[in-house]
Design a protein around this ligand. Structure first.
Ligand SMILES: NC(=O)C1=CN([C@@H]2O[C@H](COP(=O)(O)OP(=O)(O)OC[C@H]3O[C@@H](n4cnc5c(N)ncnc54)[C@H](OP(=O)(O)O)[C@@H]3O)[C@@H](O)[C@H]2O)C=CC1
Ligand SMILES: O=C(O)C1=N[C@H](C(=O)O)C[C@H](O)C1
Length: 266
């Protein structure tokens, strides 16, 4: 059994991970971390039987005393890096779904994982459909340099653009390079009207509304035609097979893997 600690256990994703870890045959919940609900049994989050694991806000202590092998983190941009550093220093392998890490944070974590000779998976999206969307978009970018990304999420999301949109843009830019899209002279009458601009010139537009879960369209334009590659996560269960794959895979890795596609596709 793989002993799993869940950081952000009371959140939207944390609750799904809790159900998944309890249901899988080869994973065992050993620690439950969140900033509120201190001292409550983790089972109360699901309104069910006690699980014998108390929720704590003390991540370092939980990792040191629970025998955790893997820490799954779905918290927020302001806490994720400290949590990953704490896990690696405790000899625990992180599986990170939290988005919004800066390149500097990413670098720091990569160096620490290498030094500790521990695996760490940082995946902006665990849904297979989203990973395929990114793969297909990278392929299309070889033929269509004109492209914009529209990502749509629920209105409780902190970071914009989404980690998925950034990853998609990076993969497209690997194929098409820098490109001046639209008029060089174009003028925004309202700041941000043309979206956020990635280095390389790719525009990302972020929509936040109640009712959405996680959605993205990658729209390519050519002479007399457009091509739209679209993915919708309509429920958070969509991320769970990927999370389980990462929990199992991280045990045999050394260093950081950025993106689950690196473990799934050739
Ligand atoms: N990679 C992927 O496939 C996916 C990634 N995500 C990402 O996962 C992250 C979480 O999303 P979501 O579950 O919707 O967010 P939520 O806000 O619902 O959950 C985050 C949870 O973490 C808690 N928390 C915040 N800081 C800490 C901390 N320092 N230690 C422990 N717990 C903490 C929050 O508590 P409180 O509410 O009290 O602040 C909350 O319970 C986001 O970055 C999101 O982008 C989301 C979906 C899929
Ligand atoms: O906050 C979310 O909900 C999601 N965050 C991830 C991201 O930023 O890409 C993954 C998915 O889009 C859901």
């Amino acid at each position: 059994m793989i002993k799993v600690a869940i950081s952000g256990v009371a959140g939207r994703m944390g609750l799904e991970v809790l159900k998944t870890v309890l249901a899988a045959e080869d994973t065992d919940l050993c620690a439950a971390i969140d900033i509120y609900n201190e001292g409550l049994d983790a089972g109360s989050l699901l309104g069910g039987e006690p699980l014998g694991v108390k929720i704590t806000s003390n991540l370092a202590e939980a990792l040191a005393t629970s025998g955790a092998e893997v820490m799954v983190d779905f918290t927020g941009p302001s806490s994720v890096t400290a949590n990953v550093v704490a896990a690696l220093n405790a000899g625990v392998r992180p599986v990170v779904g939290t988005t919004g890490m800066s390149p500097e944070d990413f670098d720091k974590v990569s160096k620490l994982a290498e030094k500790m000779r521990l695996g760490c998976i940082i995946a902006p999206n665990f849904a297979i459909g989203a990973l395929l969307m990114i793969k297909f978009a990278a392929e299309a970018a070889k033929y269509f340099p004109n492209v914009e990304i529209i990502e749509k999420h629920h209105d409780q999301k902190i970071d914009a653009p989404s980690g998925t949109a950034i990853k998609t843009a990076e993969k497209i830019l690997e194929q098409r390079g820098d490109f001046q899209q639209g008029l060089e002279l174009e003028e925004e009458k309202i700041t941000g009207a043309r979206g956020g601009k990635m280095p390389g010139g790719l525009r990302i537009h972020s929509v936040r509304l109640p009712g959405y879960v996680a959605h993205q369209e990658v729209i390519f334009g050519g002479v007399g035609q457009t091509l739209t590659i679209k993915h919708d996560s309509i429920a958070r269960e969509s991320f769970m097979p990927g999370v389980l794959t990462a929990i199992r895979a991280v045990l045999r890795l050394e260093g950081v893997v950025y993106g689950l596609e690196n473990l799934l596709f050739e």
